[in-house]
Design a protein around this ligand. Structure first.
Ligand SMILES: Cc1ncc(C[n+]2csc(CCOP(=O)(O)OP(=O)(O)O)c2C)c(N)n1
Ligand code: SF4
Ligand SMILES: [Mg+2]
Length: 287
């Protein structure tokens, strides 16, 4: 299926055959096609890892930053030009491990960005160490007797912090993942989509069939605006619920809370830098 976001000369994709990232990128491109967002209005942002390569394979603008540091960069990009659609793509390690503090800050700040976390429950790029979402007992060359910590539950943390939009998807269902991504992008505020996907090389436990038998879709009667129901769903660990788990449209976005935007002024990137004012602020802070 061709997409506006394909390159004329497709880049070499450095993912193993059978990796779930191929399905996620199909869902992302197709969601962007359906939403008819012009290529020059999209910025994809990532950190480091296998998942973090995704923006390089989507024909739009991208910013590839440091490991764990995609969210502050994305927050700043959106703040300086609120007219852009900003999509962050990184892995479970990058987002919840090295970038864990930024994840918590994004939940509180509520920038109007979409955060697609490719969650394979392992550090893929560095060849198979445990990540924050690895399940108890998962053995790796480092965790030789198995992980003894409880897995980090990003969905429960996000609902507990009254996040704006919280969803979980599975890469094996491209159409359903696409629909969830579309809802996340069109939602105003910070939208988290934790996308479960197999790493065929370094996680032989949580493979395609494991995800199939350990997940289920929320039905149409489920109301994601009901926070106590969402809290109950978010802590289900035996079988992981898939779909939009929680939405809260009551909070202002980070950009709306910024002083320069209170008067409907032009976006920051269009304003002239007042070097004198900047120097006065710096000097005042040096005193
Ligand atoms: C500050 C820092 N710490 C550690 C690394 C090494 N490193 C690169 S990618 C990675 C893990 C990636 O795992 P994840 O984010 O889950 O992505 P995946 O490769 O599984 O898609 C690590 C530890 C680094 N590049 N920078
Ligand atoms: S190591 Fe795992 S996550 Fe990385 S490309 Fe291969 S299958 Fe995908
Ligand atoms: Mg990972």
């Amino acid at each position: 299926m061709s997409s506006v976001f394909d390159f004329e000369r497709p880049p070499d994709m450095a993912w193993c055959p059978g990796c779930g990232n191929y399905d996620i990128i199909k869902a992302v491109r197709s969601a962007l096609d359906d939403l008819n967002i012009s290529r020059d209005r999209i910025v994809m942002v990532s950190g480091i890892g296998q998942a973090a390569k995704t923006p390089q394979y989507v024909n739009a603008s991208f910013f590839n930053g440091l490991h764990g540091r995609s969210l502050p960069a994305a927050t700043a990009i959106k703040a300086s030009n609120p007219g852009l659609t900003v999509v962050v793509e990184s892995g479970d390690g990058c987002t919840y491990g090295e970038g864990g503090n930024h994840f918590l800050a994004a939940l509180r700040r509520n920038p109007d960005i979409t955060n697609l976390v490719h969650d394979n429950m392992v550090y893929g790029l560095t060849k198979g160490q445990a990540s924050p979402t690895s399940r108890k007992g998962f053995k790796t060359p480092v965790q030789i007797t198995g992980v003894f910590l409880e897995p980090f539950n990003p969905v429960a943390v996000a609902v507990a912090m009254n996040a704006s939009f919280v969803a979980r998807a599975f890469s094996g269902d491209i159409e359903k993942t696409k629909e969830i991504i579309k809802k996340a992008i069109t939602h105003r505020g910070y939208s988290l989509v934790d996308i479960l996907h197999p790493c065929v090389s370094f996680n032989r436990v949580n493979n395609f069939s494991w995800y199939k038998s350990n997940t289920y879709y929320l039905d149409d009667a489920y109301d994601p605006s009901n926070r106590s129901e969402a809290l109950k769903k978010s802590v289900e660990m035996e079988k992981l619920p898939l779909g939009v788990i929680y939405t809260n449209s009551n909070n202002k976005t980070f950009e709306e809370n910024l002083a320069p935007y209170k008067k409907n002024d032009a976006p920051l990137y269009l304003r002239k830098l007042d070097a004198g004012k900047l120097m006065r602020i710096i000097e005042a802070n040096l005193k």
